[in-house]
Design a protein around this ligand. Structure first.
Ligand SMILES: Cc1cc2nc3c(=O)[nH]c(=O)nc-3n(C[C@H](O)[C@H](O)[C@H](O)COP(=O)(O)OP(=O)(O)OC[C@H]3O[C@@H](n4cnc5c(N)ncnc54)[C@H](O)[C@@H]3O)c2cc1C
Length: 265
């Protein structure tokens, strides 16, 4: 069972950050769905639920998603779905069940940077930044690759583009983690493809500073991108062998690109 010696509910992210910095063993509390699995006593638990981070705001730049927004809110937000080809709804809708998704948060999902995270994989394919109290704004790729120190994640920014995007994954059973996943999003004239549940952390394969895949790609260009997917580092665990993942990942990527291509921008 998880126990807290002291439990605080600050009113602002800055207060939460100051408390986090005051005690090396303090932990930030998101939806607590992952944290509660631990059997330990934590000296200080910092609950973000009063920090005003539970909203999805539409701004000129795009969408500003509070860290305490639940996966359920992410799944159901019509404006966000319309603007992003529905990729975020597709990514989260099979995570455990409705009650679970109404508690687990976007901040907790991104912060943990777990290999099976559908949320991370989908956000990698979009033009995303994270906002932290200490470090400020950071593009999602370095954040996923390197994480952040002892910081408080406050928002996820998804910039506005004419996205066509789709998510595809394989689960051995309906409520299990993805065994392999792929997200594809076309924006600013090129495809951004991410692969997750390798079982290592999700990674971007095409787009940005990775290999290019033009919006109107040739068969050769698509084959090169699918080759790059096959050449990713894959590992084995109880959900699949590295060889199986290497075979299935390019198929999922192709399907995600086809599904996204069939959508209107
Ligand atoms: C049984 C089970 C099945 C799951 N299946 C899936 C799945 O199929 N796909 C998927 O994508 N995910 C899955 N998840 C993960 C889940 O969706 C959440 O990502 C996870 O529970 C963490 O979110 P949380 O809000 O519960 O965070 P918490 O448990 O509260 O926190 C997790 C970690 O993040 C830190 N943290 C939380 N919020 C912040 C913040 N704002 N700033 C800084 N640090 C923060 C905490 O200190 C802690 O270290 C599963 C989880 C469980 C328990």
């Amino acid at each position: 069972m998880l126990r807290f010696e002291r439990y605080v509910c600050p009113d602002t992210p800055q207060e939460a950050y100051d408390l986090l910095r005051s005690d090396k063993a303090a932990v930030v509390i998101g939806g607590m769905m992952w944290l509660r699995l631990a059997d330990r006593t934590v000296p200080l638990g910092i609950d973000l639920s009063r920090c005003g981070l539970d909203r999805i705001e539409e701004t000129e730049e795009g969408f500003r998603i509070g860290a305490m927004v639940t996966l359920g809110q992410l799944e159901r937000h019509e404006g966000l779905a319309d603007a992003t080809g529905g990729i975020l709804s597709e990514a989260v809708r099979d995570i455990v069940g409705t009650q679970f998704r109404n508690l687990a948060t976007v901040g907790g999902s991104l912060w943990s940077r777990m290999g099976f995270s559908d949320v991370t994989c989908a956000l990698l394919a979009l033009d995303t930044e994270v906002e932290l109290v200490g470090a400020g704004r950071v593009p999602i790729i370095p954040f996923v690759e390197r994480g952040a120190g002892r910081d408080v994640l406050t928002h996820v920014i998804v910039r506005r583009h004419a996205y066509r995007a789709a998510y595809s994954c394989v689960r051995a059973a309906a409520t299990d983690f993805s065994s392999i996943s792929a997200a594809a999003a076309c924006w600013r004239g090129s495809w951004h493809v991410a692969v997750g549940s390798r079982p290592q952390k999700a990674t971007l394969v095409t787009g940005g500073e990775r290999i290019p895949l033009r919006e109107r790609f040739s068969t050769t260009e698509l084959d090169a991108a699918l080759d790059a997917v096959s050449n990713l580092a894959f590992g084995s665990d109880l959900r699949g062998s590295a060889e199986w993942r290497r075979e299935v990942a390019p198929v999922l990527v192709r399907r995600a690109i086809e599904a996204a291509s069939a959508k209107e921008a």
